[in-house]
Design a protein around this ligand. Structure first.
Ligand code: NAP
Length: 324
């Protein structure tokens, strides 16, 4: 570690290989006990560290106040995520702060997670396994734990970007028919036979399974509310690996409770790590604690991409994944 290496404040514990590279190339201030910082605490620590960059995570709420509290010597905010809804980009721009993210490297892991949730929700994975673990499995039954077969079903993808397209690829392997909605239609080579619905509400009416893959923005917040759920096919499945607030929890819980929807697979939650208790009471939910990108390969790669971005900032180059 050399004194002239830029000081990087790291808000959470990162994979060992990533912290090793940080320690080799920077003067990092690490968070060994991994407790997320509150806003005021975070600002104070960044100031006290004399940081020139902050490597943050989606658990850090980078509000206008937090960003305004950053000393001018902080040049960059590199988030260990592709999503940047936790960062006030306008405030970052106003503060001359470069913001970078980690796209692409987490696409496969997150698409795998979405496919896992589709299958788990369709096949009652949680309910069936819980029955076994409780010791309530008395014998194989022709009518026991009957789920929904995905073969030939229509998968509606809302937000056909990197992860949406990777999920489509996986779902084709399960003989699902792909439909999608996005801000714009994809070129034929990326669409790969999927059917585009310019109006997202048309997508709802054809989706046996709806999987959300858009970013969280003012436009997509509570996209899936009671009115839109009413437009969905009776007995459809909802999967969310994007961001919790894209769904109106109360509306989804009512739909799952009444049988309007058959099942849901959720990796992300509004207000996480708190989870609306209504989901916990339901047998037709499969609930993951935001593990979409949680593989060793992907988490290492996310850290390395975040560092590639910081290397570019401090090397006087344009970071490869600059958001603002
Ligand atoms: P991406 O490539 O940017 O894909 C998002 C797609 O949604 C883009 O095609 C985008 O269009 C589209 N979109 C934006 N606003 C929309 C709207 N109002 N209506 C319909 N479509 C809209 O991003 P990605 O890499 O696939 O990641 C998607 C999201 O997944 C991230 O933002 C993140 O929140 C979430 N994520 C979660 C996990 C997890 O651990 N569960 C892991 C990774 C990512 P434009 O390109 O035209 O804007």
């Amino acid at each position: 570690m050399s004194a002239q290496h830029p000081v990087v404040f790291v808000t959470r514990r990162l994979p060992e290989a990533v912290e090793a590279r940080l320690t080799r190339d920077y003067t990092p201030v690490l968070n060994a006990d991994d407790t997320p910082f509150g806003s005021a605490d975070l600002v104070e620590r960044v100031v006290n560290a004399g940081a020139e960059a902050v490597l943050c995570c989606p658990t850090d709420k980078m509000t206008a106040d937090v960003i305004a509290g950053m000393p001018n010597k902080v040049r960059a905010l590199a988030t260990f995520s592709v999503g940047y809804d936790h960062i006030d980009l306008e405030a970052a721009k106003a503060h001359d702060l470069i913001v970078t993210n980690t796209p692409d490297v987490l696409t496969d892991a997150t698409a795998d997670c979405a496919m896992l949730l589709i299958l788990a929700a369709a096949r009652r994975a949680w309910a069936a396994e819980s029955m076994l673990r409780r010791g309530d499995w008395s014998n194989w039954a022709p009518t026991g734990q009957i789920g929904i077969q995905v073969t030939g079903k229509r998968l509606g993808i809302f937000g056909m970007g990197r992860i949406g397209q990777a999920l489509a690829k996986r779902a084709r392997g399960f003989d699902m028919e792909i439909h999608y909605s996005d801000l714009a239609q994809l070129p034929p080579e990326l669409e790969a036979g999927a059917t585009f619905h310019a109006d997202p509400e048309d997508l709802l009416g054809v989706s046996d399974v709806l999987s959300l893959h858009c970013p969280l923005t003012d436009e997509t917040r509570h996209f899936l509310d009671a009115r839109r759920i009413a437009l969905m096919i009776d007995g459809a499945i909802v999967v969310n690996t994007a961001r919790g607030p894209i769904v109106d929890d109360e509306a989804l819980i009512v739909a799952l409770r009444t049988g309007k929807l058959a099942a849901a697979g959720l990796d992300v939650f509004d207000g996480e790590p708190k989870v609306n208790p209504g989901y916990l009471e339901l047998e037709n939910t499969t609930l993951f604690p935001h593990i979409g990108s949680a593989t060793k390969e992907t988490r290492d790669a996310m850290g390395f991409v975040a560092l590639d971005n910081l290397d570019a900032v401090f090397g006087g180059r344009t970071p490869p994944n600059r958001v603002v």
